[in-house]
Design a protein around this ligand. Structure first.
Ligand SMILES: *Cc1c(COP(=O)(O)O)cnc(C)c1O
Length: 462
């Protein structure tokens, strides 16, 4: 499989190069040159790993041998704490919840990143290279990326989080991972400061080359690819259906949109947003207008630049990269732009009170505790459902114990962590506290990479 950039001016690459490159050199995102067709449901339900291998193979074909790929996929999902990997539960008539949070960090990003970490490791090993993954996180991405990289000899990972501004559970899932190649930095600043530091490090050519910086963010095609699988496995279990998806950077729902274009029986895509509703407004009005980010109780969706929308625009503009580049240039210059949208999307927005009401209502009527992100998706499904029996699968993106305050406020019940993480609060933490200063952070990152290559560990702080 070959990959082209959504802006049409970057070299055509194969899977392995797209994996390591992340963003294309023309600023665009890589997409497959041709979408394969995914055959419809076979007889009965198949194990998740079988669906995963069959779904993803066309995308990696040519970059890997089949045997090692099958073994890698099996290994990526062996650590999930449910035999179905992404199990389905019917919470109402023909309304299902698909739990995507049985991986190590209790959120849906593990489904893709557990595989992507292994893909990076295999490709870097083949090339005899090392890379440094640098990530800014407001919570969930950092821990999922750390679990994807921890202990891999080809990778160092440096994660910047805003000091004092991530939840206890989120911070501990990052800082208690004990591996010499994992480096946590608490930045004295906001998430935006962390993100600016990461962007500045990537923009520094010499620094980027020296440390072979790389990213595992949600624009990486391999993440979208791994997310196709649960859409397909859900439709194999329940038949043709709509999906309700709590949305931030648009990576998760984008996979459903591609799955549909590849022949998976996805009917409609129902987008749930919190108050950061750029995608909702695009679906409703056909305009992309970015606004200030406001904090909510579903922080993983506090996003106002949904980068992955670019891939939809590329298809809707007949794969004309020049038109995509022109449209996004105007969006940047004016802060607003008319952009085509696909009628398979519907969208609903829930504020924090409405989200807490959904958590309370789902608990009262079904006994299930859902986290605030999942609740936004379920709320969107209920609001946008056509009739009482349209089949809908609501993607559940986080374990309720990852956001215990919101769940407790809505239900009076504080959800416990799974047994394997019960002692999380007692595990020793490891991170460095640094000012939001590019020079200081760059020097630190250089030091981290040098240390772990020699097998040492970074400084311990209380
Ligand atoms: C990242 C995340 C989302 C948003 O997913 P996108 O792919 O960015 O739309 C939703 N819920 C949780 C819990 C997340 O971690």
């Amino acid at each position: 499989m070959k990959y082209v950039s959504t802006r049409g001016r970057a070299p055509v690459l194969d899977f392995a190069d797209v994996l390591l490159a992340g963003l294309a050199t023309d600023g665009g995102l890589y997409v497959p040159e041709e979408l394969p067709s995914l055959p419809g449901a076979t007889d009965g339900r198949r194990p998740y790993v079988d669906v995963a291998v069959e779904t993803m193979w066309p995308f990696v074909d040519g970059a890997m041998a089949p045997g090692p790929f099958v073994a890698m996929v099996a290994d990526a999902y062996a650590g999930f704490d449910h035999p179905d990997v992404c199990p389905l539960t019917e919470i109402d008539r023909r309304l299902w919840v698909q739990e995507l949070w049985h991986g190590p960090t209790l959120a849906f990003k593990d489904v893709a990143l557990q595989l992507v970490g292994r893909l990076f490791d295999a490709e870097l090993t083949r090339r005899g290279e090392r890379a440094t993954i640098v990530v800014a996180t407001s919570g969930d991405t950092g821990s999922a990326a750390i679990e994807a990289c921890a202990g891999r000899s080809t990778l160092d990972i440096v994660v910047l989080h805003p000091a004092g501004r991530v939840s206890d559970v989120q911070r501990r899932l990052m800082t208690t991972v004990d591996a010499p190649n994992v480096h946590n930095v608490a930045v004295e600043g906001t998430f935006d400061d962390c993100q600016d530091l990461v962007k500045a490090m990537f923009a520094d050519d010499a620094f980027r080359r020296d440390l072979r910086l790389s990213a595992m963010n949600s624009i990486n095609w391999a993440r979208v690819m791994a997310q196709l699988v649960y859409y397909r496995s859900a439709t194999e279990a329940v038949g043709r259906c709509a999906f309700a998806v709590p949305t931030g950077n648009f990576g998760n729902v984008l996979a459903g949109w591609y799955a549909r274009r590849m022949g998976v029986p996805v009917d409609r895509l129902l987008i749930g947003s919190n108050r950061n509703d750029i995608v909702c407004r695009w679906v409703a009005t056909g305009a992309l207008v970015s606004e200030e980010v406001v904090p909510t109780i579903s922080p993983a969706m506090d996003v106002q630049v949904s980068s992955n929308v670019e891939r939809v625009l590329f298809e809707l503009l007949d794969r004309d990269g020049a038109r995509v580049a022109e449209l996004l240039g105007r969006a940047r210059a004016l802060g607003t732009v008319e952009a085509p949208c696909d009628p398979v999307f519907s969208a609903a927005r829930l504020d924090d009170d409405e989200t807490r009401s959904v958590i309370a209502e789902v608990h009262a009527s079904t006994g299930h505790l859902v986290d605030p992100h999942t609740a936004v998706g379920i709320g969107a499904a209920r609001r946008l459902r056509r009739g009482g029996d349209e089949p809908i699968v609501c993607l559940s993106t986080a374990h309720p114990a990852k956001f215990p305050d919101a769940v407790e406020a809505a239900t009076g019940i504080r959800p416990p962590l799974p047994d394997r993480l019960a002692d999380l609060a007692e595990r020793p933490e490891r991170f460095d506290l640094l000012p939001a200063d590019l020079g200081v952070v760059q020097a630190h990152v250089r030091g981290c990479v040098g240390t772990s290559a020699r097998g040492g560990a970074s400084q311990h702080l209380p």
